[in-house]
Ligand binder design. Structure first.
Ligand SMILES: Cc1cc2nc3c(=O)[nH]c(=O)nc-3n(C[C@H](O)[C@H](O)[C@H](O)COP(=O)(O)OP(=O)(O)OC[C@H]3O[C@@H](n4cnc5c(N)ncnc54)[C@H](O)[C@@H]3O)c2cc1C
Length: 394
């Protein structure tokens, strides 16, 4: 039997959190591998809208909340990475839009307008001149329209870029032929790969999204539980060519816009709007048919100049997985639960994957876990693929 492969960190789960963390750890010289059980990004990352928020969305209630402050600098951080000047090289990642819009379409806009125009936000939000409206809105809305400094990424190209940067250290795991072995104190002793080389790591870092639930609920682990916050997203394929990236804000001025739209392309290159926000939160209570009817009515009401008669519709039920909060609300920051040599990680938002990695690095450094000698090439595991988008075949 060959000696076990020794690592500083073994990451389980290849969504944006695990991939970003692997990039950071390897860039810092740590010997790390990532193992993914399905396709990279399965679950939340490939289903996300790809928005890198600066937190203004969370300020909709009229004040800067903890969440809005926590992510205020993130668009600039990601922008640096896209230019190859950040802590992770994202030069291969495609930018779908360099800004995101907010349209308070209601008649009771004054409170929001006062807030968006306030001193607190002047560096983060611009009121757009009519002559600068994006094509989709030009001549169609009375205004005002605000431009946020948020950016929108093409998530498949993000996952691909994070993968390619460290391809030799990212593999598939088949749990039918693998098991984590534990010490009597509950720490993990190794990953047994049934006949292949075992893997031993100083830290075992789980970035499994909702998949963490089955791991943490095991008797031996008994970690702080995670929470799920469900959504039912709506996808609309149509022939409106001008892309749309907008939060539509109604009278209610809740923290969640009534509809949050991003534009993507299906496998045939046709435009697909992906609808999140309040419609996706409330949609959890509805059947797909009811939600599609509600979404059709809502879009026709919001965009009376558009024709959706030939559109194709579909919905996607999907859960957001996070570190559990006492009141079940969205955490402001990435969540990490630590025990023995194990870390359970949830970034809370794609946007916050860099913060999650920073926190993990801080933990390793506080424990004086330093990078060790380079590992030899791993040639006994298969390569994963990138997950397909939910709208690929719409
Ligand atoms: C509909 C939707 C839209 C969103 N839009 C945005 C947005 O626009 N901007 C934003 O900032 N955030 C957004 N989010 C949140 C964001 O997508 C998530 O916070 C982020 O993608 C979570 O990444 P993750 O890597 O933790 O989990 P996931 O993306 O769920 O990845 C987990 C990975 O672990 C793998 N895995 C699971 N169990 C195991 C196991 N036992 N062994 C090996 N591998 C395993 C899975 O196959 C998967 O690849 C959105 C979320 C949803 C649901």
């Amino acid at each position: 039997m060959q000696e076990a492969l020794k690592l500083d960190a073994l990451i389980i789960g290849g969504g944006v959190a695990g991939l970003w963390l692997l990039n950071r750890l390897r860039n810092e010289g740590y010997q790390a591998l990532l193992l993914e059980q399905e396709a990279l990004g399965t679950g939340q990352s490939i289903a996300s809208q790809g928005m890198i928020h600066g937190g203004i969305k969370y300020a909709l209630g009229g004040k800067l909340t903890g969440a809005s402050k926590a992510i205020a600098d993130m668009p600039a951080h990601w922008q640096q990475c896209l230019e190859g000047k950040g802590d992770v090289d994202l030069q291969g990642c495609q930018l779908l839009s360099d800004s995101y819009y907010m349209w308070p379409r209601s008649s009771l806009r004054s409170r929001l307008n006062a807030f968006l125009g306030s001193k607190a936000l002047e560096a983060k939000v611009d009121s757009v001149e009519k002559s600068d409206y994006p094509d989709f809105f030009a001549n169609n809305i009375p205004g005002p329209l605000y431009r946020l400094r948020d950016i929108v990424l093409d998530v498949p190209s993000l996952l691909e870029t994070l993968y390619k940067n460290h391809e030799g250290h990212i593999f598939r795991i088949d749990w039918q032929h693998a098991a984590l072995e534990k010490n009597p104190d509950g720490s993990i002793s190794c990953l047994n790969l049934a006949g292949k080389r075992d893997i031993q790591a100083s830290k075992y870092i789980f970035c499994c999204g909702a998949g963490a639930e089955s791991i943490i609920s095991g008797k031996e682990f008994n970690f702080t539980a995670m929470q799920r916050r469900p959504l039912q997203m709506v996808m609309v394929r149509h022939d409106i060519t001008a892309p749309v990236y907008v939060h539509c804000v109604s009278d209610k001025l809740t923290m969640t816009p009534e509809v949050t739209i991003t534009t993507h392309r299906n496998g045939a290159g046709q435009p697909v709007w992906y609808l999140g926000g309040e419609i996706a939160e409330q949609g959890v209570q509805q059947s797909p048919g009811q939600l599609i009817d509600a979404a059709r009515t809502k879009l026709q009401e919001i965009f009376p100049w558009c024709d959706f008669s030939g559109a194709e519709w579909a919905t996607l039920p999907v859960d957001r997985a996070e570190l559990r909060q006492e009141d079940g609300s969205r955490p402001d920051d990435p969540g990490i639960s630590a025990r023995h040599n194990i870390l359970m990680c949830w970034p809370t938002k794609l946007t916050l994957a860099p913060n999650l990695a920073n926190t993990v690095l801080d933990i390793l450094q506080a424990e004086e876990l330093r990078p060790t000698e380079p590992i030899m090439q791993v040639d006994f595991l298969d390569k994963p693929v990138i997950a397909s988008t939910p709208w690929e075949n719409l």
